[in-house]
Design a protein around this ligand. Structure first.
Ligand code: C2O
Ligand code: CU
Length: 470
């Protein structure tokens, strides 16, 4: 059942706290390199991951107002870049090869410099050969703190990602014609924080913040908390008036921040994915006697919510309306379907570096060309900075598509098949045949606009829009 929409009209988020430049500066080095890891277990075989740090899926933390200098050193055998998913960075820091910067070639470096304008839960990933690079582990979590009126007692990241490995720890093809032409190719191993069975302890009776990220290329997740009261605090990093977690679906790239009240010491909270028929355990959180000076006592659970970020509010009366139809490419759908499973020619064709697997999908009948972004197609739309827009999105396919706009947080005005409370997002899930409306104030630059099922964006369901300065 869809989550009941709770009174979005009465409930309000807390206004933003006064801006407070912290003067803090983070200098991070993210070395993209091949590193072995035993994802299949401590006694299992090694797999060759590509990661940004020694451990896969590292978590970077900063605060709102901090300045970030992140140097990418590329020690991979192919070019890469860093896209800061969901962060409203200046366009030149958006990390899309050929669109916002030259690709960072093997042996080269590039420094990203920005001050994240909004607190929240974000992530980063490359924007070329995404199935291959993200598939091998190229992703990291970015937490921007500074939205809690009172600090939680624990803050846990749950980064969900599947891996396509055979029993010997070797990679299986990341892009398959069968998967690309349908809902995507699923992993063979599910993990949270790159662990098969993620467990942690939490302080008894504490308020626990969970930052849940769907970093998978394909999978939809519907989180469920058993053994504790829980509310949603933020969607895609943006504060919402707290509402009970119902049937929220997280497509690839979507995030949800939860607050739960830990039970008494000894009790266990389970976080599950209730999307599959057999719910899948994401995390086992055991409450332990609080190590705090004055242990917490049982008390009513009444979350205050988070400070809201300062996102420009679209003017819905004056907004220009544009519509975008997400479809199969004309005559393209047969490509995957026509090839027998495991066809070696198809695999060769599709798994080549940065080579998209042909044209299976389209946005407004325009297909992102196979190959490099170097051959930039015309923009899907031309906007003007500072003006308000409503995008009407329509999924004309039988598969879900999480649609992501770079550089903006958008107000989700309506969703025809999901009853979600009002919220902002950077990635909007369109269920099969679903329509949605989103609104935002355009920021200057060239911004990508695509489905975040990685096989879909690599087979056509990607475009960009230009926002001219006023
Ligand atoms: Cu996380 Cu262009 O996407
Ligand atoms: Cu898609």
């Amino acid at each position: 059942m869809p989550a009941p929409a709770t009174g979005g009209s009465q409930a309000v988020t807390l206004p933003p706290p006064p801006p407070r430049p912290t003067g803090r500066r983070h200098e991070w080095t993210l070395r993209a390199a091949a590193r072995p890891a035993r994802l299949l277990g401590p006694d299992g075989p090694e797999s060759q991951l590509w990661t940004y740090a020694e451990a896969p899926l590292p978590v970077l933390r900063a605060s709102r107002g901090d300045s970030i200098l992140a140097r990418l050193d590329n020690a991979l055998p192919e070019h890469t870049a860093i896209h800061w998913h969901g962060v409203r960075v200046p366009n030149a820091m958006d990390g899309v090869p050929w669109v916002t910067q030259p690709p960072v070639l093997p042996g080269e470096s590039f420094t990203y410099a920005f001050t994240p304008p909004d607190p929240g839960t974000f992530f980063l990933h490359p924007h070329c050969n995404e199935t291959g690079q993200v598939g091998r582990g190229m992703a990291a979590v970015l937490v921007v703190e500074g939205d809690e009126p009172e600090p939680s007692h624990a803050d846990l990241v749950l980064a969900c990602k599947d891996w396509r490995l055979d029993a010997a720890g070797q990679w299986l093809p990341f892009l398959t014609p069968q998967g690309a032409g349908r809902a995507g190719t699923f992993g063979t191993l599910r993990t949270v924080n790159a662990q098969r069975a993620y467990a942690a302890t939490i302080p008894a009776h504490g308020d626990i913040r969970l930052r849940l990220l769907n970093l998978d290329s394909t999978r939809l997740i519907m989180p469920l908390v058993r053994g504790a009261e829980a509310v949603v605090l933020a969607v895609d990093g943006v504060a919402v008036p707290p509402f009970p977690l119902g049937a929220w679906r997280l497509g690839p790239a979507m995030r949800l921040d939860l607050l739960l009240r830990a039970p008494a010491a000894g009790a266990v909270v389970e976080v599950l994915d209730q999307f599959p028929r057999e719910p899948f355990p994401l995390a086992r959180l055991e409450a332990v006697a609080s190590p705090l000076a004055s242990p917490l006592a049982p008390r009513p659970f009444a979350p205050r919510g988070l400070y809201a970020p300062e996102i420009p509010r679209p003017d819905l009366h004056r907004a220009e309306r544009l519509s975008f139809r997400f479809t199969a490419a004309l005559g393209g759908g047969s490509m995957g379907a026509g090839l027998p499973p495991g066809d070696p020619f198809a695999a060769l064709l599709l798994d080549a570096l940065c080579a998209a697997g042909g044209s299976l999908w389209a946005i407004n009948a325009s297909v992102w060309p196979a190959g490099e972004h170097a051959r930039l197609p015309p923009p899907l739309a031309e906007l003007v900075a500072g003006r308000s827009y409503v995008f009407q999105l329509e999924n004309l396919t039988p598969h879900p598509h999480p649609i992501h706009l770079h550089g903006h947080s958008v107000r989700v005005l309506s969703q025809s098949r999901q009853e979600n409370p009002p919220h902002w997002a950077d990635t909007v899930l369109l269920l099969p045949r679903e329509k949605a409306e989103i609104a935002f104030v355009a920021a200057p630059g060239n911004w990508m606009f695509h489905c975040h099922v990685l096989e879909h964006l690599e087979t056509g369901m990607m475009g960009w829009f230009r926002v001219r300065p006023r």
